[in-house]
Ligand binder design. Structure first.
Ligand SMILES: Cc1cc2nc3c(=O)[nH]c(=O)nc-3n(C[C@H](O)[C@H](O)[C@H](O)COP(=O)(O)OP(=O)(O)OC[C@H]3O[C@@H](n4cnc5c(N)ncnc54)[C@H](O)[C@@H]3O)c2cc1C
Length: 334
């Protein structure tokens, strides 16, 4: 049997293109469903493949729209001059990852959404896609957490008594890679090679200043290191999603800038909100990669630990893999 580990968008996309797989979707679905409604800057880029996929899942045509990103730095309310954009990207990267970049080194490619300030997306709420896919594949889901992986025996355990246990022929890991290694008997220390930084997200009503609501931007980025929040996303009915890189009193932080009045509905912490670094490529890691590794595939932003991976990349990869696997079969049938 082939199992996908993790029932987030990455796991669901893989399973959609691979109908023989079962999904070990995690135990926290109810809790996660609440997160689906927070106004967050989550978009699916409009590419021919992502469009085809979405229209197939929804059974209807999907429009596209342009997303505009504003940068607020010093007195600039959304539009900073091109000559300080690089500085903003550098500051933003340092602030959100909690690192200091060397001055002479170029700004990492993925900094500030890879420096894209306007892009075309499919006009459909991101979280609805998760819900639709889940409904389509609910019978293939096991709503439990994996408690332990025994790699040598290709077995996973769904509770601490080791019962039930499931044997696999192949697993596709979409849960954060450090969490995966922490659950692998005998390989737990690998988890420490992966660094991330949490993000605190507030779901709030926000009266804010007029310029904020009147501006053409969907969300704003705040590179200023003296502010603890780094992104505010506009939602419907003056609702906003505010992301912090530190645990701070939200109202006091915002009121110094422009918070007038409002209400906080909820706060969520994303433990691996920002991916910082991957394993250092130490010899023991690379050389001693055991033979079982061929039956394990890492997939998705958190599974592969690649911070620039987006959903349209996953659709392309999963669809391409499924096609490749079916080619010899089709050839045989002809
Ligand atoms: C703030 C933010 C904004 C983003 N914006 C975009 C965007 O605009 N466009 C884009 O393409 N991407 C974006 N991403 C990146 C990423 O594509 C999305 O976050 C995507 O929804 C991640 O899906 P996932 O399946 O990889 O992870 P998750 O949604 O985190 O799913 C992981 C799943 O694994 C399960 N799980 C965890 N542990 C276990 C276990 N032990 N056993 C079994 N199951 C387990 C959980 O219950 C969960 O269901 C963004 C990410 C963040 C954090």
């Amino acid at each position: 049997m082939s199992y996908v580990i993790g029932g987030g968008l990455a796991g669901l996309i893989w399973a959609y293109f691979h109908p023989q797989t079962e999904i070990i979707a995690g135990a926290d679905l109810e809790e996660r469903q609440k997160d689906w409604v927070i106004p967050l800057p989550k978009y699916i880029y409009d590419t021919p493949q992502s469009r085809r996929f979405l229209e197939q899942v929804l059974g209807e045509k999907v429009k596209s729209r342009t997303v505009n990103v504003g940068i607020c730095y010093k007195d600039y309310r959304g539009i900073v001059p091109p000559k300080i954009r690089d500085l903003c990207r550098r500051l933003y990267y340092e602030k959100t990852r909690g690192v200091k970049l060397e001055k002479e080194k170029p700004v990492p490619k993925e900094a500030m959404g890879s420096g894209k300030f306007s892009f075309e997306v499919l006009d459909f709420p991101f979280h609805n896609l998760e819900q639709e896919l889940l409904e389509l594949m609910r019978e293939r889901c096991i709503f439990s957490n994996v408690w332990k992986f025994d790699l040598a025996n290709k077995t996973l355990f769904l509770d601490e008594l080791g019962n039930p246990s499931l044997k696999w022929a192949e697993i596709v890991v979409t849960i954060p890679q450090p969490d995966f290694w922490a659950l692998c008997k005998g390989y737990e220390e690998r988890a420490m090679f992966f660094k991330s930084k949490p993000v605190w997200i507030y779901d709030a009503d926000f009266s804010g200043p007029d310029w904020f609501w009147r501006s053409p931007f969907d969300y704003f980025l705040f590179p200023d290191p003296t502010l603890s929040f780094f992104r505010i996303t506009k939602g419907p009915d003056k609702r906003v999603g505010i992301e912090f890189s530190e645990e701070k009193d939200m109202i006091s932080q915002l009121s110094s800038l422009f918070w007038k009045e409002g209400k906080i509905w909820r706060m969520t912490v994303l433990r691996h909100g920002k991916i910082v670094s991957k394993h250092s490529g130490s010899l023991s890691w690379e050389v001693n990669f055991p033979p079982w590794s061929e039956e394990i595939r890492f997939f998705g932003r958190f599974g592969t630990w690649k911070s620039d991976l987006k959903v349209h990349d996953l659709i392309e990869e999963a669809c391409g893999h499924a096609r490749k696997m079916s080619e010899p079969l089709e050839g045989m049938q002809k």
